[in-house]
Design a protein around this ligand. Structure first.
Ligand code: NOJ
Length: 730
């Protein structure tokens, strides 16, 4: 009797109490872990299987179908990936889950909010070029608010795949070629989406993706095999994910790719040993779309059952849309091929996120009008500022920009000039074309009363139609300046959008050259989701600015840069190679055995525009790089400072990038590695001090092929803007 009481008390303490009527999982004051355990022990096998399942209804936007769809949504489903902005719809399905399912477990509603929900910000590659960590965080905060107010709890963002092959269409979705920059921006995005408390009504769960190595797909072909050395995995692919996990990311998405023979979605080493074992991640992993089923195509599973067993036991908790888990798990568990505890662990991780999000207490969303939810002035302001800072001025001969006051007529041409759809880029969330300020609208507003803007498309994105060339030529000749808006359609980058050549279609290059022949100064605004091979026209133009796919406020941002209201401050987060054949070309490569030899006989070695490149309308003078010591020991700090003066006549924002080199180590190191950066506003005529404190453990150590970090004594170099100082770790 005495023993029974003790056991009863213990069980109560752990939330497993069956001796009172208190339903612990429904009690918001109980700790999350107790609520999870309490709920888990009440669940049937079927209910658990439904929790690890995500369904979708494709792109069905027809409001008249809501009732029909509603009937199809199981109230027991763990998650729904659906495209609807209707809070009414989400409340309806949530009501079904809360009221019609036995245990009332809310559905986690996910959607790809990649660079904005209704207010669309620049594509992530553009955001990285802004080097403005706070602004990136703010944009995610706004995206989270707009999403959560619409019933969406979970975004499949940020993507922190370090991407070095511009042929891969998804370079547009990440933060460029550097692991540290991806990590810093990814962590800012996680904090922006999630805020300090996931249960707040303006926070949404983030999802770090694609775990891991997806950007290594062979030849830049999407979904392809990736051959990743253990060294590259640890020093390039994994670090941004680790930074995102440390920032508190609630979820992670397993990638499509096969990592050197073990597909990412069946990879126990990455999903369990590293993510959980080494980093202590306690959220859940969702597969990419159909990635469990694809284990069969990838040649590691003979049938659905084997795919299910491999994925779940490797640590993949939720199955996105292919329904393999739901169809296979009951039998696999019944026959003992998978222990029920493995499923329990996956369910536990999913429930934990739902509890942390406060969904059990607040499953419904307030049904507010669009004007309250979307495109508020502060959202548009952030979209405009981030877009302006993301744009990179690549060329500006004889100071053709900013547009001078003598310019009375601008000829505005090209397929992007009066285009709103492509300006949003791939993954435009719930962005609407009518919300977008086109470049034409932006220029007309910015130059109103000062400069006349004459528009003519002139040419299309591709094809052979030259019928507007003559008109365009005439218009150019009547103008003082020609602004050509060229580039890629939004479908030319993003998922399943690999391109063998980085050049624009020949019609666009020909059109630019034709306009240049008029003798008028030519400015090209280049909109793309990747670096472009500019050989076909760059020599013919006076100014070139990469504007990426800048989103809702893109037209205003571009116009403010052209007028000089905003000084360009974007810097490349990814190298512009001369052409696709020059790849791989990225700044942090390793030294060749014979540095001056081994180059292509028929192609330059230097990229067209390197990582970190970008011009401004002002001049920044860098003072001498100072360090407070030239030797340091582990545990000590080396403080480096540099003063930057804005010597021009307009205010500007300057990003200082700090690189470290380690010329001799037990594992060879990249020639330079970005370790820190900072962007500051420097008013004209003023100076600002930039500072970097080297922490040896953080900044000078490196991982080996097993992930173990080494801090080795010896000579290092610190480099800023071409200045280098040597120091010793003793
Ligand atoms: C496939 C993409 O690879 C992934 O990034 C996205 O989040 C999912 N589909 C869901 O749409």
């Amino acid at each position: 009797m005495k023993q029974a009481i003790v056991i009863g008390l213990l069980a109560c303490g752990m939330g497993l109490c069956a001796c009172t009527d208190r339903v612990v999982y429904k009690d918001p004051s109980a700790p999350v872990e107790q609520r999870v355990e309490d709920l888990l022990r009440r669940m049937t096998l079927e209910e658990k299987v439904m929790q690890v399942t995500q369904w979708t209804y494709g792109k069905n936007m027809n409001v008249n179908n809501v009732e029909q769809e509603m009937k199809a949504v199981s109230p027991m489903i763990g998650s729904l990936l659906y495209r609807s902005t209707s809070a009414v719809f989400y409340n309806q399905i949530q009501r079904k889950a809360m009221e019609e399912s036995r245990l009332g477990i809310p559905i986690l509603c996910g959607f790809d909010v990649i660079h904005g929900y209704r207010t669309i910000f620049p594509i992530p590659l553009g955001q990285a070029c802004a080097w403005n960590v706070d602004k990136v965080g703010e944009s995610c905060r706004i995206a989270a608010r707009e999403s959560r107010l619409s019933g969406v709890h979970w975004t499949f963002s940020p993507m922190v795949d370090v991407a070095r092959d511009a042929r891969w269409g998804r370079v547009s979705e990440g933060y460029g070629e550097d692991p540290y920059l991806n990590g810093v921006m990814g962590a800012a995005a996680v904090r922006g989406y999630q805020g300090d408390d996931l249960s707040k009504s303006d926070a949404m769960a983030a999802c770090l993706k694609h775990f891991v190595g997806y950007a290594y797909s062979e030849g830049g072909r999407d979904y392809h095999y990736t051959d990743i050395s253990s060294q590259a995995l640890w020093e390039t692919a994994l670090p941004p994910f680790e930074m995102g996990v440390k920032a508190g990311a609630a979820t992670v998405m397993s990638a499509f790719n096969d990592i050197s023979g073990i597909p990412a979605s069946a990879n126990r080493y990455t999903m369990t040993d590293i993510l959980r074992g080494k980093w202590g991640f306690d959220g859940f992993v969702v597969s990419d779309w159909g990635a469990v089923e694809q284990l069969k195509t990838q040649g590691v599973a003979a049938d659905d059952a084997e795919a299910c067993r491999k994925a779940l036991t490797a640590g993949l908790d939720m199955d996105m849309v292919d329904d393999v888990y739901r169809r296979s798990l009951p039998e696999l568990i019944a026959e003992g091929a998978i222990a029920e505890e493995v499923l329990d662990e996956a369910v536990r991780r999913i429930l934990r996120v739902k509890f942390r999000m406060g969904l059990f207490e607040k499953p419904y969303v307030e049904e507010l009008p669009d004007t309250t939810r979307y495109l508020r002035p502060e959202a548009r302001a952030v979209a405009r500022e981030l877009a302006a800072e993301s744009m990179v001025l690549l060329k500006n001969e004889s100071g053709v920009l900013p547009v001078r006051s003598e310019v009375k007529r601008i000829a505005l041409m090209g397929p992007m000039a009066d285009n709103w759809v492509d300006l949003m880029g791939s993954w435009w969330g719930q962005g609407e074309a009518e919300d977008v300020v086109t470049i034409r609208e932006g220029l007309e507003a910015e130059f109103a009363g000062k400069t006349r803007i004459d528009y003519c498309a002139g040419c299309d994105f591709e094809g052979e139609d030259r019928s507007q060339f003559a008109r365009a030529r005439a218009l150019a000749r009547q103008s003082d300046l020609v602004v050509l808006c060229m580039g890629e359609k939004r479908g030319w980058s993003g998922e399943n959008a690999s391109r063998a050549s980085l050049a624009l279609p020949s019609i666009q290059e020909e059109f630019i050259r034709e306009m240049a022949r008029t003798g008028r100064p030519i400015v090209v605004l280049l909109s793309s989701g990747r670096p472009v091979d500019v050989r076909g026209f760059e020599g013919d133009v006076d100014a070139l600015m990469a504007i990426w796919q800048p989103g809702t406020e893109g037209g205003n941002a571009a116009a403010q840069l052209l007028s000089g209201k905003v000084n360009p401050s974007g810097r490349l987060a990814i190298t512009f190679p001369v052409c696709a054949e020059q790849q791989p070309v990225y700044y942090n490569r390793r030294q060749s055995a014979r540095p001056r030899l081994g180059r292509y006989q028929n192609l330059a070695d230097e990229p067209k525009y390197p990582f970190g490149y970008g011009l401004s309308y002002t001049n920044y003078a860098y003072g001498k790089l100072r360090v407070d010591r030239t030797t340091l020991q582990p545990g000590e700090r080396l403080v480096a400072e540099i003063e930057v003066t804005n010597e021009g006549s307009c205010d500007g924002k300057e990003t200082v990038m700090w690189f470290v080199s380690d010329p001799v180590a037990s594992v060879s190191r990249p020639m330079r590695e970005l370790k820190h950066f900072e962007k500051q506003c420097i008013p004209a005529g003023e100076s600002r001090l930039y500072r970097f404190e080297i922490d040896p453990e953080r900044d000078l150590s490196f991982p080996d092929a097993t992930g173990e970090r080494h801090l080795e004594k010896g000579t290092f170099f610190l480099e800023v803007n071409g200045q280098r100082v040597e120091f010793e770790l003793i």
